[in-house]
Design a binder for this molecule. Sequence first.
Ligand code: NAD
Ligand code: PRE
Length: 359
Amino acid sequence: MTSLRRVLVVGTGLIGTSVALALRERGVTVLLADRDPLAVRLARELGAGEEWADDGPVDLAVLAMPPQAVAPELLRLQKDFVARFYTDVASVKALPVAGAEQLGCDMHTYIPGHPLAGRERSGPAAARADLFLGRPWALCPTSETAPQAVAAARELVELCGGKAVEVDAGTHDEAVAVISHAPHVAASAVAARLATASETALGLAGQGVRDVTRIAAGDPALWTGILSGNAAPVASVLEAVAADLAEAAAALRALSSGDDTAGERVTALLETGVQGQGRIPGKHGGPATTYATVQVVIGDRPGELSRLFQAARDAGVNIEDIRLEHTQGLPLGVAELSVRPDAAAVLAESLRSHGWQLP
Ligand SMILES: NC(=O)c1ccc[n+]([C@@H]2O[C@H](COP(=O)([O-])OP(=O)(O)OC[C@H]3O[C@@H](n4cnc5c(N)ncnc54)[C@H](O)[C@@H]3O)[C@@H](O)[C@H]2O)c1
Ligand SMILES: O=C(O)C(=O)C[C@]1(C(=O)O)C=C[C@@H](O)C=C1
């Protein structure tokens, strides 16, 4: 078993700094590098580690930069014998592997990786130590990757609280086209309609449109790199999505022209959607759990959420998920707490008895 004592993070943006923070919490010495000195300084100030001064090799180097930058950077680091092993976190895997092979990188010490966790914000300020907790983390060893490199990456994943999933690079890229990359483009297409929507329409926006478009706020430059690095698989999924959308539009057009039978064609798509959505595994990769929700009115002021969490803790109830709905123009909102079904009544009663307002 390898033991990661010193890890170098190259690229101290959202993912690199999150990895660094998670490792620091587990007592690992973390060194930080980025081509942007401000990103390193901010990561350092956030407690993610110390600036790398090239003072002796590290156990593992984590390359956390845009996909197209991974292979050239790997070559540069390997030439300087910076680390025993190297991994990356890029959202596509065939591209950096092919690039590393073409550039003549040492493929024995390189273990390609990809944590399936992220945010729609970039940079160190958005980093979180708990970002990877319970999340899948793909590891894509090539036929040349040394078993010790795989063990080092597995230890990294474990230290960050993720769940390692070994899969080859091609299968990974096909999979993420369906579960991440095409959904991002679809979210952008829906969000693009909002760019010209009326103020009246935007003023009526509820949680639905927020849920569907959250990821569309991601960095366009980063996402152009991701999508172009997985172009063919993403194009195939988008063609299927476009065909479904065209069919739904045609059916609704027919319905509006008086063809009452066309509604069934829409229902068919909605039903397949329910089926597909239900197949997404639940939290921590286990089977999907149906949680009960408890709604609580909360004031829009500092400390209100932590008071609510404390109240749930006092009631002995674990909050599985939380959603906040803001009430426009009012200094309050509604927190929707997802809890195990058998805990919902206990939590509701306890909150009421402590003066919380439940609608
Ligand atoms: N954003 C997500 O949700 C997410 C999730 C999982 C994986 N990823 C992958 O993680 C990687 C980083 O994404 P991010 O969201 O942290 O981006 P980010 O923009 O927050 O950070 C990227 C950092 O890399 C630095 N950088 C770029 N080229 C460099 C180079 N050659 N050498 C050193 N530093 C360099 C940039 O200065 C920046 O600080 C990408 O490959 C992305 O595909 C992103
Ligand atoms: O939750 C988000 O904000 C994400 O963008 C996360 C997400 C995803 O699609 O699940 C996005 C891209 C990454 O490669 C991995 C994770």
